[in-house]
Design a protein around this ligand. Structure first.
Ligand code: F6R
Length: 249
């Protein structure tokens, strides 16, 4: 399978195009009385997309009433109301500004008791399956080549589960938490196989610091050492890049 690459001058232009695709999909599904299932990421990469989706809701009447969302991951442990939580992030950037129904928002739990995590993850996976899978999965890519929090060593078959974060990922998150020692060492993440079930995958990468991992994920042999290389096997993946992130291709 070959991955489609689309390179834009900047992330604003890029996200405007992806937001239009999402709008078309939601409206086509609405017309058939079908729900649209979106797989969503946090971090800096999708912020412009969420801004544009909010604009389409406010200015162009795009409704999220028939959208069901599943987020990729959440730190563990992590209180929902904490500003570092992905729960907070999603509400702040998207959910508080559109008409998505609260019961249609799904985010891995950072608060479920440790003994209940496995059941929570199995239920999360089953809920995605029961809706017929994710229509469009939005991804960022970490410097380790992680997608979601599937760090190096994650298997192709991995499903939603509790994971240990990689050192590089912890270093990258240190700024948000006020120090490396304050970053949670664990997370609950959808697995590689969970992402693979999506009908379409869109991966965003912006800036020069992503250029090397973008290249490696596209050209290196598929390996658990760079989990994003697994995407080479998916039937519908588009890398949406700015010129800097595409500079090593
Ligand atoms: C976030 C996630 C991560 C990020 C990745 C890139 O939900 O699953 O894989 O997409 O760490 O982060 P940013 O976009 O901040 O560079």
């Amino acid at each position: 399978m070959s991955i489609t690459k689309k390179v834009y001058n900047n992330k604003v232009e890029a996200c405007a195009v992806v937001a239009q695709e999402i709008k078309s999909l939601i409206q086509a599904n609405d017309a058939q009385n079908k729900k649209t299932v979106l797989g969503l990421a946090t971090g800096s990469s999708p912020i412009e997309l969420y801004k544009e989706l909010v604009r389409l809701h406010k200015n162009e009447g795009l409704s999220f009433k028939n959208v069901v969302s599943f987020n990729l991951d959440e730190y563990y442990p992590m209180a929902k109301e904490s500003e570092q939580s992905y729960h907070y992030f999603m509400h702040h950037h998207l959910f508080n500004h559109v008409d998505i129904l609260p019961e249609n928002v799904n985010i891995p739990s950072g608060t479920v008791a440790e003994g209940e995590v496995a059941k929570f993850c199995a239920d999360y996976e089953a809920k995605i399956d029961s809706l017929g899978g994710i229509d469009i999965q939005i991804l960022g890519i970490g410097r380790t080549g992680h997608i979601g929090f599937n760090e190096p060593g994650s298997s192709f078959e991995s499903l939603t589960r509790m994971v240990e974060l990689n050192k590089v990922t912890i270093q990258d998150a240190a700024g948000d938490f006020g120090g490396e020692d304050k970053v949670p060492t664990k997370a609950v993440t959808m697995g590689v196989a969970s992402v693979f079930k999506a009908k379409k995958v869109v991966l965003f990468a912006w800036g020069a610091k992503k250029a090397t991992i973008v290249k490696e994920s596209l050209v290196n042999p598929i390996s658990d050492q760079v989990p994003a290389t697994y995407l080479q096997k998916h039937q519908d993946v588009t890398y949406v890049l700015d010129t800097e992130a595409a500079s090593e291709l």
